[in-house]
Design a protein around this ligand. Structure first.
Ligand SMILES: C[C@@H]1N[C@@H](c2nc3ccccc3[nH]2)[C@H](O)[C@@H]1O
Length: 451
């Protein structure tokens, strides 16, 4: 059907900027704002919900929430140390909350009074972060919440002309802020939009189309997530013709696609994930701190996303004083040490066409060299894995990354067995899988039926 505000292309972007984003595979998400000060606790009580939702869940009066800006002293904020955490993690890009749902801006915006300029330090947090991360070769993306609980013209729904007039003023405000971000920080590589699920935004698909157009005009190459977009009819992420809007699908929030669902690999996509079970902002309570993910589970998620051609954006919630939480830094270090040895199977890699999901982990494939890797994140109780190669191939070598040649046993045409031995304290094993064409290939196998 004819759409004015639908997808701007039918196929994935193949320009250099998009190829760079796609090849990054691992990003550092950062949620930081006034919510890091109370850190999930209000009036002496732990509120067992995402820390960035505290003003809504605890029904904090607006003035009391705004007064937190006076305590936002940045006493221990050091952009260099944050950037060092990204290096330790092995992240190739970082996405920072410029403005979350509460409306507080991490830059001195000319379009509101609720920003860093009206805090004790007055520091331009975004400017310091862009400088520190780019000095380390790490791309910076901006998260921006369209949803704004504080702005008087925000509307969840549009019930009447007054609502329409007010929301038009809000969209104009948000557009001006986005133009301001593009103007002030022209080296930014992407925009990650959030808070676009309400009826008010879905009824203004034109505005989401205009935002994408404006940003790409001002910042050629910039990458925009699908979560910004609604089409003429209010369809989100994917337009009413079934085409992806924006440059990559960003619906996976604290969840991943099924690892066998190879249809996911047809598009660029990214999953974002918290380190605690369910808080993006720093939450000091045992409700959050008792649920921090194990580094090897983070590695599993990274390989899972890579195996289906997606990026993985791991979230960090710095504390109210600006320091990174030690437990999160430790996780970053352990994951980064694994990536230092095994990143060959992640960075610049994606879906391995023809290599069925094996169950004990994932196959990934280097998009440039075609080299295939086996990432073993769920070693079977037997201590051995079966490698089933695409028909017509035979295994000529296995190389354990960080080590060397590894033995295997042929069981049948295209089927081989690998004795793993005991658990590795260096985390999930990764094998480079070297193959050659079988001299006498068996007949083509029927693909497993989708039962
Ligand atoms: C990337 C994540 N998206 C935000 C969010 N807001 C929500 C409102 C309702 C349901 C889910 C939500 N996730 C979270 O606060 C975080 O920023």
């Amino acid at each position: 059907m004819e759409l004015k505000y639908g997808a701007s292309r039918e196929k994935p972007r193949e320009d250099a900027a998009m190829q760079r984003f796609r090849g990054h595979r691992v990003g550092q998400f950062i949620h930081w704002g006034l919510y890091a000060l109370p850190a999930g606790r209000w009036e002496g009580k732990d509120v067992e919900f995402a820390a960035e939702f505290l003003p809504r869940v605890a029904k904090v009066p607006q003035q009391r929430w705004e007064a937190l800006a006076n305590d936002f002293t940045l006493a221990d904020f050091d952009a260099e140390r944050w950037a060092d955490t990204a290096v330790a993690l092995g992240a190739r890009y970082m996405t920072i909350t410029t403005k979350h749902h509460d409306g507080f801006c991490l830059w001195p915006s000319a379009h509101t009074d609720f920003h860093m300029g009206n805090t004790p330090s007055g520091r331009d947090v975004l400017g310091e972060l862009v400088a520190a991360y780019e000095a380390r070769g790490i791309d910076v993306n901006f998260y921006y919440s369209v949803l704004d609980w504080r702005h008087p013209d925000w509307r969840f729904t549009l019930e009447n002309d007054a609502d329409n007039l007010a929301f038009a003023r809000y969209l104009d405000f948000a557009m001006k802020q986005l133009e301001e971000l593009a103007e002030r920080y022209p080296s930014v590589k992407g925009f990650w939009f959030d808070g676009t699920w309400d009826e008010s935004v879905k009824a203004n698909g034109w505005w989401t189309w205009e935002v994408e157009r404006m940003l790409k005009e001002r910042l050629p190459g910039v990458v925009v997530n699908s979560r910004l977009r609604a089409d003429d009819l209010g369809a989100r992420h994917v337009d009413s013709n079934g085409l992806l809007m924006g440059d990559y699908e960003s619906g996976y929030e604290r969840r991943l696609p099924e690892p066998w669902d190879r249809s996911v690999a047809a598009r660029d996509w990214e999953a974002c994930m918290t380190i605690p079970q369910a808080s993006w902002g720093y939450h000091q309570g045992p409700w959050a701190q008792s649920t921090l993910k194990h580094p090897w589970d983070v590695v599993d998620m990274i390989a899972h996303c890579t195996s289906l051609g997606g990026n993985f954006l791991l979230n960090f919630g710095p504390r109210g004083d600006g320091s990174m939480a030690p437990a999160e830094v430790e996780i970053a270090r352990t994951v980064g040490e694994w990536l230092a040895v095994n990143g060959e199977a992640i960075y610049g890699c994606g879906y391995a066409e023809g290599w069925d999901y094996p169950g004990w982990g994932y196959f990934t494939r280097d998009s440039s060299t075609g080299k295939v890797f086996a990432v073993v994140t769920r070693a079977p109780a037997s201590g051995r894995i079966r490698l089933e190669l695409p028909t017509g191939l035979e295994l000529v070598g296995l190389r354990l990354l960080g080590s060397g040649e590894y033995p295997f046993k042929g069981l049948a045409d295209s089927v081989f067995e690998v004795e793993l031995g005991g658990a590795s304290n260096a985390g999930p094993r990764v094998f480079a899988v070297e193959t050659s064409a079988l001299a006498h290939p068996a007949s083509e196998k029927e693909p497993n039926p989708d039962v």
